[in-house]
Ligand binder design. Structure first.
Ligand code: SF4
Length: 347
């Protein structure tokens, strides 16, 4: 991960940048500066959004206080669409690195900021571009569908990108006799293979949050809350998905909980989503599915690296900024555009 100053920005905000540069150490990955305790950070962020014509896009897995000041909260598909539509000059991404990269791929002329460059993703990290190129070379007749949770360099080697909201819809448009490599999530790929009767070749990556839900504890929880539906994200392992009454992306899980007649749900995904689910349905009860570890929380350690303080500093100093090699960007843009085209019908 690295940051580079763009010359364009140096002319407009030179003073702020010159002040910020010593504070941004690539080894740290974020602006490391004490903040005056009298500053109301929520008000300051809202002011900066207006002053800089910036839009704040946040993933459902962010801290509730970040979700509450975002201009748009969504899953990867919604965020990619919003990034494609925005007229803001600056996109501030409260999410992880591959999401901010996706926004930059779509918007090369905008400034895209990520509060902490260390906010990675175990799925993206599991699929280094050079290893993926070797893997792909073994299957010359296959097309590549890559889950959006991968680096720009892996996207650049893909034919189509998908998200958990549109993966089934996209795979269903590929003729049955066309072999497919699906990367990097073996759980989502395996789920699609089972559900759709496909035989996609899977890259062996997992999400460290969704992989660790405990089947044993889930079964005990289901017995304790008899009749309560289990809502699960398809990044979960097959034994968890077997117990699910509904499988879908974070947006789909959220919608299901609003419209379903039950008043209590067990939810197997990152627990940040519970904040919006509870706001949607204040009288309903949402029980997080338990992970294997004793701590009983299912938080993505990468997503949680973004804090309100880092968000404020990143907007104030317009750093760290996401930059991309133009050849990689152009190669990664084509499969993203293909995804947006192929999933137009999906709300
Ligand atoms: S929850 Fe999993 S898939 Fe999502 S960013 Fe974190 S590690 Fe990646």
């Amino acid at each position: 991960m690295e940051y580079i100053r763009s010359d364009k920005r140096m002319s407009g905000t030179k003073r702020v940048l010159m002040e910020a540069l010593p504070l941004l150490d690539v080894r740290v990955g974020y602006i490391n500066k004490n903040i005056d305790s009298s500053i109301n950070l929520i008000q300051a962020i809202n002011r900066l959004k207006k002053e800089k014509n910036a839009v704040l896009l946040a993933h459902y897995y962010q801290e509730p206080e970040i979700q509450d000041i975002a201009d748009y909260i969504g899953d990867s598909l919604g965020l990619a669409r919003r990034a494609a539509e925005t007229e803001a000059d600056i996109i501030v991404f409260a999410g992880v690195h591959f999401m901010a990269e996706t926004a930059k791929i779509i918007n090369p002329n905008k400034i895209v900021l990520l509060p902490d460059l260390n906010a990675g993703c175990s799925l993206a990290d599991s699929c280094p571009a050079d290893e993926f190129a070797d893997f792909k070379a073994k299957y010359p007749d296959h097309i590549v569908i890559s889950y959006i949770n991968c680096s720009a360099a892996t996207k650049a080697q893909s034919d189509i990108i998908c998200t958990s909201s549109n993966a089934e819809h996209i795979v269903s448009q590929i003729p049955l006799d066309q072999p497919i490599i699906f990367a990097p999530d073996r759980n989502l790929g395996g789920y699609l293979n089972r559900k759709m009767g496909r035989d996609m070749v899977l890259w062996d990556g997992v999400c460290i949050v969704h992989q660790v839900f405990s089947e044993q504890k889930l079964v005990r929880l289901k017995a304790r809350y008899s009749g309560v539906p289990v809502l699960a994200h398809p990044e979960c392992d097959a034994p968890i998905l077997r117990h699910a009454d509904f499988i879908g992306s974070t947006s789909q899980i959220r919608k299901f909980a609003v419209s379903d007649k039950h008043d209590t749900f067990i939810v197997a995904t990152e627990e940040g989503i519970l904040h919006q689910m509870q706001k949607d349905s204040p009288t309903k009860t949402f029980i997080p599915a338990p992970p294997e570890s004793g701590c009983n929380c299912s938080q993505c350690p990468h997503m949680r690296l973004n804090t309100i303080e880092k968000l404020y500093l990143c907007m104030e100093y317009e750093l760290p900024e996401i930059t991309l090699d133009e050849n990689i960007r152009l190669s990664a843009l084509a499969p993203i555009e293909k995804m947006l085209e192929m999933s137009k019908e999906i709300a």
